[in-house]
Design a protein around this ligand. Structure first.
Ligand code: PAD
Ligand code: ZN
Length: 363
């Protein structure tokens, strides 16, 4: 099959022929119909971030089940599914507590080093990012990762449910637990941050302040429920949020991956507020905060967020249903439909023009 692989950090995405192993007892093959370009894949392709290379990235996938292993019970050939990488083993203590994003047995969802690799580039095995590897015509995944979706949701919308939606909206609804009346600031209005904004709106936040540097992103943010827009290029976002909220926000979300904006998120909080750090930071990044004056005295919390604390088996069908009812916006997240060979160019555009998500729809 055709796939876009990264051979070394910074080398970009290269179209290559990949061979797929036969599905094991619990594995399935999915024909990929749509695959979203999350910023996390870009960061790994540029900096490696400790992942092995060469690698097949991509983790926001929707498609149709093409083959199933003999012990597969949760899906059948022909089912439409969204793939989510934090689906969990289902039986460890964390999964039993509906916290598959903290699964203690994630390695059981991938093949061990002694097994035949799932993917081969030329003759060698190639790493499959988070057990998915979605920048390709097909994915070979553990059955747990495939969440059935309604037949009337378009694939290009459904793929976003697998990461950007559950992470962004989940951070607001699950991790923060926003309540009606809370005030919220979201720094970074990309594919993930826009979902934090609409998650906050769904949870009843009284004030949702969107912060970005691109006017086009701020206009998009309004469509997803932002009540106030702050361009960080024109003013100090900390002062702006403190002014708009009369002293600080209940929750501030950092959805970029920079230490300076993570510090801003803490400084714009009210007494007792929480900063939720979603953006993936480079290894070794440290925060420069005055512990007594900025954390202890104002009783603030800093919370690391992985995948919006989602249980995708519950959340993906819920967001799909809200979308079909017209209560959750997925259509405006899809800024561009691209071919597999256009990944480098689409990531370049992400840095400059008002793109929420580019989605591969041609393989
Ligand atoms: P994106 O590139 O689509 O959006 C980033 C946004 O931040 C853009 O709108 C930028 O204009 C804006 N921005 C950049 N610098 C600044 C600044 N100084 N002040 C204000 N705004 C700024 O990325 P994304 O939405 O796909 O992903 C956002 C981050 O979330 C990224 O670091 C990604 O790796 C991470 C992520 N984390 C998880 C998780 O589980 N923690 C999951 C998925 C994505
Ligand atoms: Zn992602």
């Amino acid at each position: 099959m055709r796939a876009a692989v990264v051979r070394a950090p910074g080398a970009g995405f290269e179209i290559a022929e990949i061979s797929l192993a036969e599905p094991g007892p619990q594995e399935i093959v999915i024909d990929v119909k749509a695959s979203g370009l999350c910023h996390s894949d870009l960061s790994i392709s540029q900096h490696g971030m400790g992942f092995p290379m060469p690698v097949l990235l991509g983790h926001e996938v929707a498609g149709v089940v093409a083959e199933v292993g003999h012990a597969v019970t949760t899906v059948r050939v022909g089912d439409r599914v969204t793939v989510c990488m934090v689906a969990g083993c289902g039986i460890c203590g964390e999964c039993r507590r509906s916290r598959p994003y903290r699964c203690q047995r994630v390695s059981t969802l991938e093949r061990g080093p002694e097994e035949e690799p799932r993917l081969r580039l030329e003759t060698e095995g190639i790493a499959q990012f988070m057990g998915v590897g979605g920048f390709a015509e097909q994915v070979l995944v553990h059955q747990n990762l495939a969440i059935p979706i309604p037949s009337d949701i378009p694939f290009e919308a459904a793929c976003l449910l697998g990461c950007g939606v559950v992470t962004g909206a989940g951070a607001a609804i699950n991790t923060a637990g926003i309540r009606p009346g809370d005030t919220v600031a979201v720094i970074g209005c990309g594919g993930v941050g826009l979902n934090t904004i609409q998650g906050a709106a769904l949870a009843g936040a009284a004030r949702i302040i969107a912060v970005d540097l691109q006017p086009a992103k701020l206009e998009l943010a309004r469509r997803f429920g932002a009540t106030d827009l702050v361009n960080g290029a024109d003013c100090d976002p900390v002062e702006a949020v403190r002014d708009l909220t009369g002293g600080g926000a209940t929750y501030a979300f950092e959805v970029i991956g920079r230490s300076s904006t993570a510090e801003q998120a803490v400084r714009m909080l009210a007494v007792g507020g929480a900063a939720l750090l979603i953006g993936v930071q480079k290894a070794g990044t440290q925060l420069g905060l005055d512990l007594f004056g900025e954390i202890i005295l104002p009783q603030r919390r800093i919370v690391g967020v992985a995948m919006g604390s989602t249980n995708p088996h519950i959340d993906i069908p819920m967001f799909a249903s809200l979308y079909l009812q017209g209560r959750f916006n997925l259509d405006d997240l899809v800024s561009e439909r691209i071919g597999l060979e256009e990944i480098d160019r689409a990531y370049d555009d992400l840095a400059s023009g008002g793109v929420a998500r580019a989605v591969i729809t041609r393989f």
